[in-house]
Design a binder for this molecule. Structure first.
Ligand SMILES: NC(=O)c1ccc[n+]([C@@H]2O[C@H](COP(=O)([O-])OP(=O)(O)OC[C@H]3O[C@@H](n4cnc5c(N)ncnc54)[C@H](O)[C@@H]3O)[C@@H](O)[C@H]2O)c1
Ligand SMILES: [Zn+2]
Length: 381
């Protein structure tokens, strides 16, 4: 591959958060030289106080991907002269638990970690959230590098600094904001990702188009088949533009104080209700978001905020990305009940993030429960 091809398959997104600023590097897999990651880590460590004293690293991954990806990144940190250990946790949401967190603290203590010890989170959103929170809390904060390996983690969870675990009585109840010193996205890691997980990530990509960028929505519409086929050039744009769009929101509302960050919840009021009522696992998160975006676009059309034709267009793209546009196995009143418990609500009214036009949304409690029932009725199977 020529030098210019390599350059074309690389994007760098700078997340500007003052002293907590960091870059996201996105590499077209087959363009990424083995040593590029090592150069990236070296540069990131030199750029920070904690990193400059770094002698050790803990690479965290889940059981499913240790052989493929965990070992590779542990080799890289070893090559950098860092005493490296791998911590493997069980696959799945159950690892966002106090027990798994303690197991990471144990590994850090065994490693005699100090405040300079690097945590490298290699995996999906579960690993990013868990290892990120271990890095946020151990010794009051360790340097963290995120290596997201699912599409959802690449375009969403690895950007923005939210880390945390679940409490038996509530998801993401325990957590902290902790920005990484760098995010490394190797698109090659998507090669092994199961199709359902991949499509689930595409739902969040589509979301950015609706909430922030009509041109990006057009791009996805024009390249839906290539996206599904994981065409590398298309993926490079989808991932890097999604990161840029999320970073734009995070830069303006890092700690979720102004309310701007709420726009990322388009489709999510209905999605969270579906996930709750259908039982966690029946729908992957992105699948519920697919149906949720269709429902909330229909709601916006019902309020007269957008033309019905735009809601149709959003639904068509959801379907072309092979995401669900209907709701199955859910009772209507239980869905409404779950929405009433959404954390965005105020004064007992359900709140939604609804499109005003393609590329622009608003948080609102304008829809009545009957509006919601009417829209959902048309989607229930
Ligand atoms: N912090 C945030 O801002 C934020 C945002 C969105 C979601 N999240 C969290 O992210 C989590 C979901 O993340 P997820 O969807 O990535 O789930 P996940 O981490 O469970 O990964 C999904 C599955 O894919 C496997 N996998 C990961 N990378 C792979 C690869 N390259 N090849 C093959 N298999 C691979 C994993 O082993 C797992 O079985 C949730 O806990 C959610 O709360 C956090
Ligand atoms: Zn989401």
């Amino acid at each position: 591959m020529s030098l210019s091809d390599r350059a074309a398959l690389t994007e760098r997104i700078d997340v500007d958060l003052g002293p907590r600023s960091y870059p996201i590097e996105v590499r077209g897999g087959h363009a990424a030289k083995e040593t590029d990651f090592e150069d990236f880590v070296r540069e990131r460590l030199e750029a920070t106080w904690a990193g400059r004293g770094c002698r050790k690293a803990l690479v965290v991954c889940d059981a499913q991907i240790q052989d493929i990806w965990g070992d590779r990144y542990a080799r890289h940190t070893t090559n950098l002269g860092l005493k490296t250990r791998i911590a493997e946790v069980p696959t799945g949401e159950k690892s966002k638990s106090p027990e798994a967190l303690i197991s990471l603290y144990d590994r850090l203590i065994d490693l005699e970690a100090d405040r300079h010890t690097l945590v490298v989170a290699v995996g999906g959103g579960v690993i990013g959230d868990l290892a990120g929170f271990a890095a946020a809390s151990f010794n009051r904060g360790l340097p963290l590098i995120m290596v997201p390996t699912t599409l959802l983690a690449q375009v969403d969870s690895s950007v923005g600094g939210k880390t945390g675990i679940n409490h038996p009585r509530g998801k993401n109840l325990i957590g902290a904001f902790h920005q990484p010193i760098g995010v490394w996205i190797d698109l090659e890691s998507l090669d092994t990702l199961p199709p359902r997980e991949f499509r689930s990530g595409l739902a969040e990509v589509l979301k950015y188009g609706v909430i922030q960028d009509a041109v990006f929505f057009d791009f996805l519409e024009n390249n839906a088949e290539k996206a599904l086929a994981r065409d590398e050039t298309v993926l490079l744009h989808l991932v890097s533009r999604s990161c840029r769009l999320k970073a734009d929101v995070v830069e303006k509302d890092e700690l979720e104080h102004t309310g701007l960050r709420a726009i990322l919840n388009y489709g999510h009021t209905v999605a969270h209700a579906i996930e709750n009522v259908a039982g966690y696992g029946a729908y992957l998160h992105g699948e519920a978001v697919g149906a949720g975006m269709v429902a909330e676009a229909r709601l916006a059309a019902r309020l007269g905020w957008i033309e019905a034709a735009l809601a149709d267009r959003i639904e068509r793209l959801v379907r072309r990305l092979e995401l669900p546009a209907t709701i199955e196995g859910c009772d209507m009143e239980r869905l409404i009940g779950a929405m009433k418990h959404d954390k965005k609500n105020k004064l007992g009214r359900i709140r939604f993030v609804l499109p005003r036009k393609l590329g622009s949304v608003e948080l609102t409690d304008a829809p009545t429960e009957d509006d919601v029932r009417e829209v959902l009725r048309g989607m229930m199977r």
